[in-house]
Design a protein. Structure first.
Length: 82
């Protein structure tokens, strides 16, 4: 089974998405992203070539898990008290 090497995990309850890089069967957490610019910076620091195009260009190198791509805010639950 083939998986994308860059994982953007589901949105955390408080917002933000964990970003990890899969290599040699292991995932390395790069950070918690609150926007696309964070993801791009994490990938730049990890040495990923052309991280802007990878994130914004719809690359198959990125797997957006659980939620819509480029979304970082948690949806308010119906049980949240205002």
């Amino acid at each position: 089974m083939h998986h994308a090497p860059i994982l953007v995990h589901p949105i955390a309850p408080a917002g933000g998405r964990r970003v990890s890089l899969r290599a040699d069967g292991q995932d390395t957490v790069l950070g918690l992203a609150f926007n696309d610019a964070d993801v791009i910076e994490f990938l730049r620091r990890a040495g990923v070539p052309d991280p802007d195009e990878v994130v914004l260009g719809g690359s198959a190198l990125v797997e957006w898990q659980g939620d819509e791509p480029h979304t970082y805010e948690a949806e308010p639950s119906d049980t949240d008290i205002p």
